[in-house]
Write a protein that binds this ligand. Structure first.
Ligand code: ADP
Length: 670
């Protein structure tokens, strides 16, 4: 579908390209359930506009036959009716005209009301459905989508783009029907009343069409610039508000005000550019339509005044018809002026629906088999079998590019992998049911990624992950995630009560179970001390809980869920030693008899794990228990030495490795 090139750096360019016939789907797929209101809107709109045309016609009749000389039934507009239906006396004719005019106003009001009801309810219903469907689809997309898009950009699809569709379905459709009915209706009436004068009156119409076309061509790139600059303003503001701590502590308010000023000024300029064109366009259009009006006035006036046809024209022109012509040419100007806007609205709606439907068509990397069986967790044995993974989903064109850039890779260095940047490289390990495995290693080593693969936020490129012998790709995603509990480093709380946050995902739990879980998570005490206990509102706009408190709410959530497999991603980072001790106690209870994966920087928290895996550059470089690893004299034992205060610094060899790694890291995670 050919779209408008609104914006070169549209973050949804990819989605827009893959959207197939978005406008058709908008109107037919989403509009179908609401066909009734749409039909009412369309038909009423046509009638309402047609009735708008009636008064001028009746005025012509009144002037020419009641106040003038012509026979009532011979009037062009009345000649369609049988003579017997029409009143004979002048008074009756006058009453007839007044009644019809009054009736047309009343009926017109009813139709306008129906039209408003139809178009508004249609557009609101469709807007609601599109928004919820888009959100529904969006939240099911792979994590990859979210890590590549900024929150603001996604919000803009869910709000701006959806609103754009609503505007088009309501105002756009309304203006379009008005345009069509008025232009065709008036053209028809003028030709019917006097085809010769109609040619004069309508002469500027092609000119208006050309003029509008040029305007639309010129304004499009300007709107694109506006869209892009408003995006930049939003990004800057969002970024600054997010980093307000840094701004204040670096005392850079003035600098940031200048930067905001810059982007805002650019927005002003691009917007002004578009406004300037627009405010030149409308008077221009008025001048062109004015030409039609003046020509009609000139030719028609002369015709009526002289009683004979001027120039090449023939026949007579009645005063009433002349007046109708003057009124109609006036009525034609505004719908014609809106022609550009209707096109503009359509194109914007098209661009928006391309983004929306492109998003709905988004194919994730994770293949979902809707008929997959539920996972059956018996012992909770987890097996990583030669797992490799890269965030890049593109296969390399050829094997030419050296994958193993630094040559640090161990052993089988010549295994050419088709993936550009392996984050997890041939990782294998087994965890028996109920065991705790700890993942340690430097930042960026791939620890979180190993766990994301288990949760199937991403699919492995090679190898397999099995739970009790079942490949995670072969079971239903919902049952897989239901079997796992996750406590991350930054525990997010939803705006709601403490209780709602604990029961999040286990909605049926009763108060007793909730308190039980909170006790197990060492959270009960502090929750009781909150102003309204378990009913205290927390999260954004609610009572602010400390990092450690949030963490314990998250742990209570995990306790309540009672998952088969527990994932702790630096669950005790960012808390003081005392809180850590509390959390650790609750975690120890939780991990007992449950397969647990724990990522930790502070090695003291995982030293009792049944198995410790040391990751570096996506590979397991050491494995064993705490005691075994200490004997190894490898990275682990040295890190332990530093953390326990036994040695001051890592040996040179490890520091050099870290430096090399840091120099290489292009994208660093949080
Ligand atoms: P760790 O948990 O050991 O700190 P991660 O698993 O978070 O390491 O990250 C491993 C590597 O993967 C890092 O180089 C990081 O930059 C990269 N990475 C993490 N998340 C993404 C992502 N969503 N897209 C691309 N690269 C990522």
């Amino acid at each position: 579908m050919a779209g408008v090139d609104w914006d070169e750096d549209d973050p949804f360019e990819e989605q827009r390209e893959q959207a197939e016939s978005p406008m058709r789907r908008l109107i037919f797929d989403f509009g179908r359930p609401y066909w009734f209101s749409m039909t009412v809107g369309l038909i009423s709109s046509v009638f309402a506009r047609a009735l708008d045309l009636l008064p001028a016609l009746l005025l012509a009749v009144a002037i020419d036959s009641i106040f003038g000389e012509q026979a009532f039934h011979e009037q062009v507009p009345l000649s369609v009716l049988p003579e017997a239906w029409l009143p004979a006396s002048e008074t009756e004719q006058f009453v007839f005209v007044v009644v019809v005019v009054a009736g047309s106003f009343v009926l017109g009001a009813v139709f306008h009301w129906l039209r408003n009801w139809g178009f508004n309810s249609f557009s609101q219903d469709v807007q609601h459905d599109v928004r919820t469907a888009t959100y529904d689809k969006m939240q099911r997309l792979d994590m990859e989508f979210f890590s590549n898009k900024q929150t603001g950009e996604m919000m803009s699809v869910l709000s701006n783009d959806v609103n754009q569709l609503e505007r088009f379905l309501n105002e756009g459709m309304n203006s379009a029907t008005r345009l069509i009915v008025m232009v065709f209706g008036i053209t028809f009436l003028l030709f019917w009343l006097n085809p010769q004068l109609a040619l004069v009156s309508l002469a500027p119409v092609p000119l208006i069409a050309i003029f509008t076309y040029i305007f639309v061509q010129k304004i499009q790139p300007k709107y694109a610039a506006v869209r892009s600059s408003v995006g930049k303003v939003n990004s800057r503001l969002e970024n600054n508000l997010g980093g307000i701590n840094v701004i204040k502590s670096s005392n850079t308010e003035e600098y940031e005000s200048d930067r905001v000023n810059d982007v805002s000024r650019k927005y002003y300029n691009t917007n002004w550019d578009a406004i300037w064109l627009r405010i030149k366009f409308f008077p221009g259009l008025q001048v062109i339509s004015g030409i039609g009006f003046v020509l009609t006035f000139l030719v028609g006036g002369y015709w009526v005044l002289m009683g004979t046809a001027p120039g090449p024209f023939t026949g007579t022109l009645e005063t009433g018809v002349f007046v109708a012509f003057i009124m109609y040419t006036q009525q034609l100007v505004w719908p014609m002026a809106q022609f550009g806007q209707v096109i503009n609205m359509y194109q914007r709606a098209e661009a928006s629906s391309e983004r929306i439907f492109g998003l709905m068509d988004e194919q994730g990397r994770i293949e979902r088999d809707e008929d997959a069986n539920e996972i059956e967790v018996r012992d909770g044995r987890v097996e990583y079998d030669h797992v490799s993974f890269s965030y890049e989903d593109e296969l390399q064109d050829s094997g030419d590019d050296d994958v193993d850039v630094d040559g640090v890779g161990d052993g089988d260095g010549d295994d050419q992998t088709p993936y550009e940047d392996l984050i997890i490289d041939d990782v294998s390990f087994d965890v028996d049911g109920g065991e705790t495995v700890a993942l340690v290693g430097p930042t960026g080593a791939g620890k979180s990624t190993v766990l994301k693969l288990l949760l199937r936020l991403y699919d492995v490129n090679e190898g397999a992950i099995r739970i009790d012998g079942q490949d995670v790709r072969d079971v239903s995603l919902a049952s897989l995630r239901q079997s796992m509990g996750y406590v991350g480093q930054d525990s997010f709380l939803f705006y709601g009560t403490v209780e709602e946050n604990i029961t999040y995902g286990t909605f049926g739990a009763d108060r007793e179970e909730i308190v039980e879980a909170a006790k197990a998570a060492e959270a009960h005490e502090f929750i009781q001390n909150l102003p309204e206990g378990y009913d205290t509102m927390v999260g954004e706009r609610g009572v602010k809980l400390s990092g450690g408190q949030r963490q314990r709410v998250a742990i209570a959530r995990a306790v309540l869920k009672d998952p088969d497999i527990l994932i702790l991603d630096e669950a005790t980072s960012d808390v003081d030693t005392e809180t850590e001790m509390l959390i650790q106690r609750s975690i120890d209870d939780l991990t007992e008899d449950r397969t647990t994966f724990a990522i930790a920087h502070r090695l003291s928290t995982i030293k009792d794990a049944d198995q410790i895996l040391v990751l570096e550059d996506g590979r397991i470089v050491e494995r064993g228990t705490h005691a075994e690893l200490l004997q190894n004299e490898g990275l682990y034992s040295h890190l332990w030495g530093v953390q326990a205060g036994e040695i001051d610094e890592l040996p040179q060899e490890f520091i050099e490795r870290a430096q090399r790694r840091h120099a290489r890291t292009e994208i660093s995670d949080d």
